[in-house]
Ligand binder design. Sequence first.
Ligand SMILES: CC(C)(COP(=O)(O)OP(=O)(O)OC[C@H]1O[C@@H](n2cnc3c(N)ncnc32)[C@H](O)[C@@H]1OP(=O)(O)O)[C@@H](O)C(=O)NCCC(=O)NCCS
Length: 184
Amino acid sequence: MPIPTIPADLSAIVPPVRRLVEVTEPQLHGLSRLLIDCVDGGASVSFMHPLPPAKALAFWHGVAAEVARGERALLVAEDAEGIAGTVQLVLAQPENQPHRADLSKMLVHRRARRQGLGAALMRSAEAVARDCGKSLLVLDTASAEAERLYLRQGWVPCGTVPGYALLPHGGLCDTRFFYRLLGG
Ligand SMILES: CC(C)(COP(=O)(O)OP(=O)(O)OC[C@H]1O[C@@H](n2cnc3c(N)ncnc32)[C@H](O)[C@@H]1OP(=O)(O)O)[C@@H](O)C(=O)NCCC(=O)NCCS
């Protein structure tokens, strides 16, 4: 069942972030390039290195289908070269957790890091989550940089699972779980 959403006002967030409700073919290719760059850079984001373009594109086609059904929210930030950052909210949850969403695939291209894009994407995702009626967000990460970002944004760490996933170039990594309560 599609989840009713009210468009969140992201206009005050800098750098600019927007929510895609339909994902075009050029945007799918831009998102694929971004994902490949993050995997090339060693990010533990579900994929092993090397990530073939066709596999990356297939992943984003799947995301786009869920976005079209209202099951996911997809946010992007762009620079002169195209999509430079993205994050998702998994809105569709079991019927006993309608208040929860998972924050997922927070990716900033290496060319655009350390300029506040990650923080802007987090603020935007939280605004969209609130507008979708969500009051609890959950995420996990294997990245020290991402951990610092989440802690700065008020997320609460709640435990680490050792050896949770493989890094893209091999070797197990620990994964830390975080939650965020979206107060009034
Ligand atoms: C984690 C990630 C999303 C952070 O994105 P980002 O856009 O670099 O994040 P920000 O710019 O908001 O913050 C990063 C750092 O830059 C600093 N920064 C932000 N704006 C800055 C500016 N204008 N000038 C200098 N430094 C700045 C922040 O203080 C922060 O510093 P710290 O790492 O020492 O704590 C990015 O590194 C990434 O995509 N990593 C690979 C994928 C990944 O692992 N994602 C997490 C999955 S859970």
